[in-house]
Write a protein that binds this ligand. Structure first.
Ligand code: ADP
Length: 154
């Protein structure tokens, strides 16, 4: 049985923190789907197409990674793609409280999907997409927080 995980998120944009979670998970799963949760009613900094493109290019040489988007509940998307795992990163205790509730509700909705958490490495704990968006919005240089070689906005 293939171990397929979904790594759901907004990835607006995808940061070195996200990349680190993926890199460390490659040894745990046969396939990881980086799935952008898309809500057409909600505006984002980068368009869905830009985010799909940026992440797809980043992992173009990694056969275990697929990049996709979904417009439904994460747990329903997992059933659709036959994934047995949801992958999430934990930075702080606030993340934990939020993630715990979601994971427990998801488990009630579909006990066949296990949520797996990876603790962030300390240097990436303060890294979040909201701060990166602020830096970019005001023309700052966010390169050090983004995956090496990632082309912003393409
Ligand atoms: P969401 O809106 O679903 O939280 P994000 O794109 O912000 O989407 O995050 C996706 C996942 O990546 C979440 O599990 C989040 O906790 C995790 N994550 C975000 N930033 C980091 C980081 N710096 N280190 C580890 N995990 C992170």
């Amino acid at each position: 049985m293939q171990k397929r995980a979904v790594f759901p998120g907004s990835f607006d944009p995808f940061t070195k923190g996200h990349q680190n979670v993926i890199d460390r998970s490659l040894a745990l799963f046969d396939e990881i789907i980086i799935a952008i949760g898309h809500n057409s009613q909600k505006s984002s900094f980068f368009t869905l197409e830009q985010r799909l493109d940026m992440i797809t290019r980043l992992y173009s040489g990694e056969p275990k990674i697929r990049v996709d988007f979904y417009e439904c509940l994460t747990i329903d998307y997992c059933s659709k793609v036959e994934a047995g795992y949801i992958l999430r990163g934990l930075r702080t205790s606030a993340d934990f409280e939020y993630e715990r509730a979601i994971a427990q509700i998801n488990r009630k909705m579909n006990p066949g999907v296990e949520t797996v958490f990876l603790l962030t490495i300390p240097e990436f704990t303060p890294l979040n997409s909201t701060i990166i968006r602020e830096i970019l919005k005001y023309g700052g240089d966010a390169t050090q927080f983004l995956p090496d070689g990632m082309i912003i906005g393409k």
